[in-house]
Unconditional design. Structure first.
Length: 192
């Protein structure tokens, strides 16, 4: 028998599973994390399944709302590949070349309605992703251990999260993505 879902808040941006043996990934957990993302100033929230930063396999739910900005980054020290699998919603996944230009040959619309439910990408790839629909939740996995000082190399050619130009940068990338994929334009405002 699988134990009931347990959640412990470990930071303003994350919760952790409290199971000792196994925990179900339920629709209730997904809905809870989507609600946490809606309530967050960042419009996203994660739920960690691994037991700690030293675990060699990092597993988490990543809940995102439209308008949240994930600064383009790569996992290079040490090099880490990563996979994301869609549990609910729609994601735009955008890889970049080293000069900051979009790798249009490899961007992906992760949307069950078009048959793509996830993406696996190699180590060292510059990337970002963004929610194209409300209450989007991903299952994310990458190698550990996790060291916050080295986990991500943020792209110098993109604004940092919270910078004045971050929303404009996101809007430009997402608008181009939407146009290419035949999606309706999004209304952008300072309140997004």
């Amino acid at each position: 028998m699988v134990a009931a879902m347990g959640i412990e808040r470990i930071s303003p941006a994350a919760t952790r599973a409290t199971h000792d043996v196994a925990t179900p990934i339920t629709r209730d957990l997904i809905a809870t994390k989507a609600a946490h993302a809606r309530e967050s100033a960042r419009q996203r929230d994660i739920h960690i399944f691994h037991t700690g930063e030293s675990d060699t396999l990092q597993r988490m739910l990543n809940a995102l709302q439209p308008g949240t900005y994930v600064q383009p980054h790569r996992h290079i020290t040490p090099r880490k590949a990563e996979s994301i699998v869609l549990l609910q919603g729609t994601i735009g996944f955008v890889p970049f070349h080293d000069d900051g230009s979009i790798d249009r040959d490899n961007w992906q619309r992760i949307d069950e309605s078009c048959g793509c439910i996830g993406v696996d990408y190699r180590a060292g790839i510059w990337h970002t992703f963004f929610a194209l629909s409300d209450d989007t939740v991903l299952f994310e996995v990458k190698p550990g251990p996790y060291d916050a000082t080295m986990d991500k190399e943020f792209a110098a050619w993109a604004p940092a999260e919270g910078d004045a130009g971050a929303l404009d940068y996101l809007a430009n990338v997402e608008d181009e993505f939407r146009e290419h994929h035949g999606l309706a334009a999004r209304k952008w405002s300072a309140s997004d």
